[in-house]
Design a protein around this ligand. Structure first.
Ligand code: DGL
Length: 284
């Protein structure tokens, strides 16, 4: 029987992690849980978030998943390691891929801009991480909560998105940046829109592949199969992705209806598209 992974986000952003997991773990099946009754998380209090995260993870555990990916940087700021270790299945969280961007040496070419939600930008977790890895002070932060709302509507490159970005980037010297860290899983949809604001295209970094690798390590440590090709024998990835056979989707505990699934399909298509046109640097 294939391993069953729960993937949790406040909304449709975690589909960007699921998109990569479907390819990296061809033998796994997934339960995707979007807490859309409470999106956006990036503008809620820590106490509110703790309640939403508990409820969502309990649902996934009751649904019988073998492990959970918190595909949300904002939820991870409140779902601490201590809390995660009380749960009966392995749980992996996410944080902005700042170290990956710094280690890539992009800081020698220009500054690094981390885009995330207001909760992540203000949170201790990110500032502690920066204290450890941003020794040369080459990283700046920007909160882009409006992108979460656009993503939930399936609006990715419309003039209103470009207008919003121009407003938010207005105070920054964009020519100074060589790299963007997508520190919110909802932001992957906007790689093209973000790139269009820059003269020289920046390199994009996200934490998706690193998070999936961490999941594999945790599954192995728990003696569980991880859905890697070596577990199931070689297969052709393009034939093996099979979204509808491999993924069950819920919105705050309710199965997605046809209209919502159509939006999920559009999101997956947008991720294919931005992936082709605008590569994200990943830990492989
Ligand atoms: N996708 C989430 C993240 O990675 C949060 C978006 C939101 O609900 O504000 O931070």
């Amino acid at each position: 029987m294939s391993v069953r992974i729960g993937v949790f986000d406040s909304g449709l952003g975690g589909l960007s992690v699921l998109h990569d997991a479907l390819q990296m773990l061809p033998g796994a099946s997934f339960v995707y849980y979007a807490d859309q009754d409470h999106v956006p998380y990036g503008e809620k209090t820590d106490d509110e978030l703790r309640g939403y995260v508990r409820e969502s993870l309990s649902f996934l555990i009751d649904a019988g998943v073998d492990a959970i990916v918190i595909a949300c940087n904002t939820a991870t700021t409140v779902a601490t390691k201590g809390f995660r270790s009380t749960l009966p299945v392995p749980v992996v969280g996410m944080e902005p891929a700042v170290k990956l961007a710094i280690d890539s040496g992009m800081g020698a070419i220009g500054r690094i801009l981390v885009a995330a939600t207001p909760v992540t930008v203000a949170g201790d977790k990110l500032h502690v991480l920066l204290g450890h890895v941003d020794l040369a002070h080459e990283v700046d932060l920007v909160a882009l909560p409006g992108l979460v709302r656009f993503a939930e509507r399936g609006v990715f490159e419309a003039p209103e998105v470009l207008g919003y970005l121009a407003g938010e980037f207005g105070a920054l010297d964009l020519g100074a940046y060589s790299a963007i860290v997508l520190g919110c899983t909802h932001f992957d949809y906007f790689r093209m829109a973000i790139r269009s604001c820059f003269g020289e295209p920046p390199r994009f970094f996200n934490g998706n592949a690193g998070t999936i690798r961490q999941l594999v390590r945790k599954l192995r440590a728990a003696g569980l199969p991880c859905g890697l090709e070596e577990d199931i024998g070689p297969l052709c990835l393009s034939d093996g992705v099979g979204f509808h056979e491999r993924v069950t989707c819920y919105s705050s505990g309710r199965l997605l209806d046809g209209r919502q699934m159509a939006l999920v399909s559009r999101c997956m298509e947008q991720l294919d598209r931005v992936g082709r046109l605008c590569r994200t640097e990943a830990v492989r």
